[in-house]
Ligand binder design. Structure first.
Ligand SMILES: [Zn+2]
Length: 359
C-alpha cells in the first residue's frame, strides 16, 4: 500500500519530518550516510522543545561537500535529547552529498549552488529550478514562524580556523558566532545566501567550522550547536565577548579563460599557478609584496577582485612582477583554498582588513 502524503506536503519539494511522529532517535540510521539516504531530499526537521512558544533554526549541507553541520545534527538527534525551545533543522543538498563517492561535490554539474538561490540574483534570475523553489518554501516557513536565530553551518576546503560570516553585524550576531568561534568576517557582498535573505528578519549567521572531513571541525559544530540548543535564554542582546573581526572582503577569482593550477612555481600552459601552501596565510596579516602565485609567460592579467558595489579592485591589490603574483598592499586573506574545483566554482579567496576599533 502506498501511503498518502499529508495534505501540506502535496506539491511541496521541501520535505517536512516531525520528531516523534515520523522520525525518532531509534529510527535514525547509525551513520551520517544512512541518515542522509533516509532523508533522500531537502528536508526540514521539526523537533519540539521544552518551551513550545519559541523556535531556533539551523541549516546545513547547503554545500554537498561540507558535512560538519550534518554530522553534528545527526549526533545530536541520536541522543534523543529535548531542546530548550522548538528546533527547525534544514538539510539542503542531500542528493549532492549522496552522489558518489559521497560528500564530494559542492553542487552537481548543471545545478545551482544551493547557497546562492535565496535572493534573486544574476545567477538565478529567470531560473525556476528545484533549489530555487525549495529556498522559497523554506523562507515562507521561516517567515510564518520567525525563529530566534538561524545558524547556517559550513566547512572550508582550505586550511582555516573556525569563523563566522555575517552579512549584518550587531550584538546578536556577535553573540551567536561566539558560541562557535572568535573570528568574524563581515561581508557586504551579495551572493544570494540564506543568511543574506533572512538577516533582516532575525539574527542569522554562517559558521565555517573548519576543514571538511576534519574531526575537529565536526566536534566544533556539535559543541557550538549544543550551546544554542540547550540554552533556555540565548541572551543575544548581552555584551558580546571580544572577537577578531575582519571587514570589507573583496572576492578574488581567477579571470575567466585563465587556466588555474596549484604548485610551487610557474608552469607553461597554466596561466595562473597559485602557491600550494597559499592557505597557510588564512587570517594572517600578509605584508605588501608577498608572493601568492605565478603567471605563465604571455598570460593576461590573471585575477579579478570584486568588492561591494561590484568594482574590480585587482590592480590596486595585486601586482605581477616578473612571473610572480604579489600582494600590492597589506591584507588578511581568508577562505584561501587549494582545492581547484572550489577555487574555480567559488573563488580563490577573500582579501579583508581588520575592523577599525572605535575610540
Ligand atoms: Zn559552504
Amino acid at each position: 500500500m502506498v501511503e498518502k502524503e499529508p495534505r501540506e506536503e502535496q506539491g511541496r519539494e521541501l520535505r517536512i519530518r516531525r520528531w516523534g511522529k515520523d522520525l525518532s532517535a531509534s529510527s535514525i540510521g547509525p551513520d551520517v550516510a544512512t541518515f542522509l539516504s533516509e532523508l533522500a531530499g531537502p528536508t526540514w526537521i521539526e523537533v519540539p522543545g521544552r518551551d513550545r512558544s519559541r523556535l531556533r533554526a539551523f541549516s546545513t549541507l547547503l554545500h554537498g561537500n561540507e558535512p560538519s553541520g550534518l554530522t553534528a545534527l545527526h549526533r545530536w538527534l541520536r541522543m534523543g535529547a529535548v531542546p530548550a525551545v522548538d528546533l527547525g533543522l534544514f538539510v539542503g543538498a542531500v542528493e549532492t552529498a549522496l552522489a558518489p563517492p559521497g560528500f564530494a561535490h559542492r553542487f552537481l554539474p548543471g545545478r545551482p549552488d544551493f547557497n546562492r538561490v535565496w535572493r534573486p540574483s544574476v545567477e538565478t534570475s529567470g531560473r525556476d529550478e528545484r533549489e530555487v523553489r525549495v529556498a522559497r518554501q523554506l523562507l515562507d516557513l521561516l517567515r510564518s514562524r520567525p525563529p530566534e536565530c538561524l545558524v547556517d553551518l559550513h566547512n572550508n576546503t582550505g586550511q582555516n580556523p573556525p569563523y563566522g560570516v555575517t552579512f549584518r553585524i550587531g550584538v546578536p550576531e556577535r553573540n551567536l558566532v561566539a558560541r562557535y568561534a572568535h573570528r568574524i568576517i563581515h561581508t557586504p557582498i551579495e551572493l544570494g545566501t540564506i543568511v543574506e535573505a533572512t538577516c533582516n528578519d532575525f539574527p542569522a549567521v554562517t559558521i565555517e567550522c573548519g576543514r571538511s572531513g576534519d574531526p575537529q571541525a565536526d566536534a566544533l559544530a556539535l559543541v557550538g550547536t549544543q550551546r544554542i540548543i540547550d540554552a533556555d535564554d540565548l541572551a543575544l542582546d548581552a555584551t558580546p565577548p571580544l572577537l577578531e573581526v575582519v571587514v570589507d572582503p573583496v572576492r578574488v577569482r581567477v579571470r575567466p579563460g585563465i587556466p588555474l593550477a596549484f604548485g610551487d612555481g610557474p608552469e607553461d600552459g597554466e596561466g595562473l599557478v597559485m602557491s600550494r601552501q597559499v592557505d597557510d596565510h588564512n587570517f594572517e596579516l600578509v605584508p605588501k609584496g608577498t608572493c601568492i602565485g605565478w603567471v605563465a609567460a604571455g598570460t593576461d592579467w590573471p585575477v579579478e577582485a570584486i568588492g561591494a558595489g561590484g568594482i574590480d579592485r585587482s590592480f590596486e591589490l595585486f601586482a605581477v612582477r616578473g612571473r610572480r603574483l604579489e600582494t600590492r598592499r597589506e591584507m588578511i586573506p581568508v577562505m584561501m583554498t587549494t582545492h581547484r574545483e572550489n577555487a574555480l566554482s567559488d573563488c580563490l579567496f577573500y582579501a579583508a582588513w581588520p575592523e577599525r576599533q572605535l575610540g
